[in-house]
Design a protein around this ligand. Sequence first.
Ligand code: TXE
Length: 480
Amino acid sequence: MKKIENYIDGKYIAPIKNNWLDNYNPAKGEVYSQIPDSSSEDIELAYKAASNAFLSWSATSLQERSTILLKIAKLIKENLEELAIAEAIDNGKPLTLARSVDIPRASDNFQFFAHAITQFASEAHESSGFNAINFTLRHPIGVVGCISPWNLPLYLFTWKIAPALAAGNTVIAKPSEITPMTAYLLGEICTKAGLPKGVLNIVHGLGAKAGQAIVAHPQVKAISFTGGTVTGAHIAKIAAPLFKKLSLELGGKNPNLIFADCDYDRMLETTLKSSFSNQGQICLCGSRILVEKSIYERFKNDFIAKTKALKIGQPLDKDTNIGALVSKPHLEKVKRYIDDANAEGGKVLCGGEYVTIVDHKKGYYLQPTIIEVSDPRCRLVQEEIFGPVVTIMPFDNDEEALELANDVRYGLSCTIWTNNLNRSMKMAKHIDAGIVWVNTWMMRDLRTPFGGIKDSGVGREGGFEALRFFTEPKNVCIQY
Ligand code: TXE
């Protein structure tokens, strides 16, 4: 059985205490590799390597850093097929998705920040009347921690690592223990690209043990985290007395607002994707569908028909639309929400059952599920289910749509379908979200700020926001 090792100081090594965890293939429900059950000793080792590498990496010229990051981007592209297969097996997502979205995006992350760092400018202010000029120096922070989740494994792992490295930091990074494989493969790619040893250290293990040891390490000065809201709050508690910089990208329960005047066919196609892509396990999925009453019945019928036509299958099959959910506990958690739907006043319109796939009888498959709800305060509407489950309900007018859209603790993203410019602007302005899409979904431009408000987190990733996060500003004032 394959043993994944930590990547510390440019080498693959076993965990110090030699403890290992099972890693499952969710499509088969079987253990297929083992990963380090790293402890604080492994984190200390990673810290020492990162700390030793910091002086020279932070002093490396922008051009040189950029060249190495571009090489990493190129090598990811060259190994796209191997990485995509590894991702699909490890996570359960359709290979077609890993091949077309996840892995290309991991490469783009490095490419983008390799260029962005060379354009990252500081501000200057002349203090009029004083003959003084202020300018801002931006220093790398030092050793930083990057902790990422299982839903878009390499995509989100590199979304943090690339800007951290570009800005001159050295990194201790931990992928999710549920999907460690592509992060493991990235180590070798970084060595081949000429990334100096110790600059990036990849440690595997449990969140509450290895992850927490990164957060609690007094010399790790910033943490970039993507994951659940409960975990984010826990991390904030540990980090606060240590005065760490935090970027927290947490859960979402995003509204998909559909108005009668929208481009119906495009809306229907995109809504299918925003509901069920990656088995609904994307923080940006539009899991609360709100539809203007005049088209509600038409939408409901068409959406059910389209959903029923989605092909649930093995991740590696080329015509699979819906693969396996990431883990058994997660599958069971999602199913419990569906089973409780009746008691919550919801009506399952389609899906809702486990699926058995030939040759993969123990895999974690679930039908894409639409639940009609009447109570906007029920758990199905209020809580992040993070699976192939959406709720739908009608609204009467713009005011009600806005009220329903904002009536949750989360505020990550929102999609608005309308051809009325005034309405779209009004909604975009008043919606509680960090990201608003009008007549599209998940169209990402890496220059734009990414993140949420309310319980969806604090801070922004993407573009110069990420480079600002991973640097400390220092104002210098010179009187002349
Ligand atoms: O995430 P966790 P889980 C949501 C989604 C999901 C729920 C729980 O609703 O059902 O969160 O998922 C590490 N100190 N999202 O439990 O635990 C962990 O090892 C430091 C939304 O899988 O938040 C992993 O690397 N690190 C989300 C990462 O945190 C800790 C994506 C995320 O795991 C830690 C995933 C600790 N104490 C889940 N505990 C999104 N925003 O996209 C865990 N970790």
